[in-house]
Design a protein around this ligand. Structure first.
Ligand SMILES: [Zn+2]
Length: 312
């Protein structure tokens, strides 16, 4: 008898409220964090060698925990693309991110630009990072983001290696113009890319098509540089066009007290502009839009028949 009652209750809970009477929900967007320290960024490559990395005081633990606190307060889960080098030195941090319910993705091992590596070097770096991360969380890692979005026309071969290494999602192709990254003209919405090795899902960084120009909006330096109202308007326009977006930020963007490096004026501007604004802006952003992990955002956006393709 009890079983039948439970069955009925479960059925009622599943069936009601009906889809027809529910108000349409805003789109679910992806909140993504590239977990690296302030001295890892590609803009410092010419003035900081990898041999020096261990000499810098690490701040990634504290700044990532600040991000985790803001997300916990807002009840938001996101995707954290963790650098393998960081994961090896901060295993408890990776476990804490995972324990909080966030998705763990891979941000390479040593933050090398893909188009400056051979396919074999890329594979070795990728595999090492993946193994470090999977060992820590006890789960497969299926999402990848390249350092500085360095999958470009010259390095599309990296998608085949990602597929061979078991990755399902990528978020490395920026559909805009930039001196270091981007393939302008690629789709602005999440899409499948068919490659000789199979099919991978691409979830591009956010681009607002403004007067026919693909304007990056809602990530990294753009998020700190533009007035928040402009960012919000751009992101609203992306959702209004029926596309979810993938905001991206880095823990060092929440750390205005980080030691100052001297990469030259233009690079210093990109790295240091608006560091004091990031945290408050993230809090506003989390109130203004719906966010989840990259997998959740993609899963919710795809119509049901296409979701089966994702699972396949
Ligand atoms: Zn990075």
């Amino acid at each position: 008898m009890t079983t039948i009652l439970q069955f009925k209750t479960e059925r009622e809970r599943t069936v009601l409220p009906s889809r027809d009477v529910r108000a349409p929900r805003p789109l679910l967007n992806a909140l993504t964090i590239d977990v690296e320290d302030y001295y890892h960024v590609s803009g410092f490559d010419h003035c900081v060698s990898r041999k020096q990395w261990d000499d810098f005081p690490s701040r990634v633990g504290d700044s990532t925990r600040r991000v985790l606190d803001r997300l916990a307060e807002a009840g938001v889960r996101g995707t954290f693309f963790v650098l393998g080098w960081v994961a090896e030195r901060h295993p408890d941090l990776v476990k804490a991110i995972h324990r909080d319910g966030h998705e763990i993705g891979c941000h390479s091992y040593a933050h090398r630009l893909i188009y400056e590596q051979t396919p074999q070097q890329f594979r070795v770096d990728l595999r090492l990072a993946r193994l470090v991360l999977e060992d820590l969380i006890g789960e497969k890692v299926a999402a990848y983001r390249a350092p500085s979005f360095s999958i470009t026309k010259q390095s599309l071969w990296a998608l085949d290696i990602l597929l061979e290494e078991g990755f399902i999602f990528d978020s490395s192709i920026y559909p805009t113009h930039h001196d270091r990254y981007g393939i302008a003209g690629t789709p602005l919405e999440p899409h499948r890319i068919d490659r000789p090795e199979g099919t991978i899902w691409e979830f591009p960084p956010p681009v607002w098509r403004l007067a026919n120009y693909p304007l990056p909006v809602g990530g990294g330096g753009y998020f700190r540089l533009y007035p928040y109202a402009l960012t919000r308007r751009g992101l609203e326009a992306i959702n209004a066009a029926g596309r979810p977006f993938a905001v991206y930020l880095h823990p060092w963007e929440f750390d205005p007290e980080q030691p100052r490096l001297r990469p030259g004026l233009a690079r210093a501007f990109r790295h240091y502009v608006g560091l004091r604004r990031t945290e408050d802006r993230l809090v506003r952003l989390l109130k203004d839009f719906r966010f989840g992990t990259m997998s959740q955002a993609l899963g919710e956006w795809l119509p049901a028949p296409r979701r089966l393709l994702l699972a396949a």
